[in-house]
Design a protein around this ligand. Sequence first.
Ligand code: SF4
Length: 80
Amino acid sequence: MKVIVDPEGCTGHGRCSSVAPDVYLLDSNGYNLVTGVPIDVPEGREEAARLGARMCPERAVTITEDAVASGHTPEPPGSR
Ligand code: SF4
């Protein structure tokens, strides 16, 4: 699982980091340090990362589930 913080959307509320400080690292002004690129969510911290995303008042966090973590197995080409 990965999260991506929108650099345009993050306005430094720091609410995401209040529940998942190991996922959402903030700078000294309260903005996410890592924006615009996927951030790997440590195993076992998925729920905290989701909660942090929901708590963002700017909806600046996008969650990306990878195929294995979500249980989704892509169909092979030509299988339909
Ligand atoms: S809660 Fe949203 S706006 Fe605030 S620091 Fe986190 S991503 Fe940025």
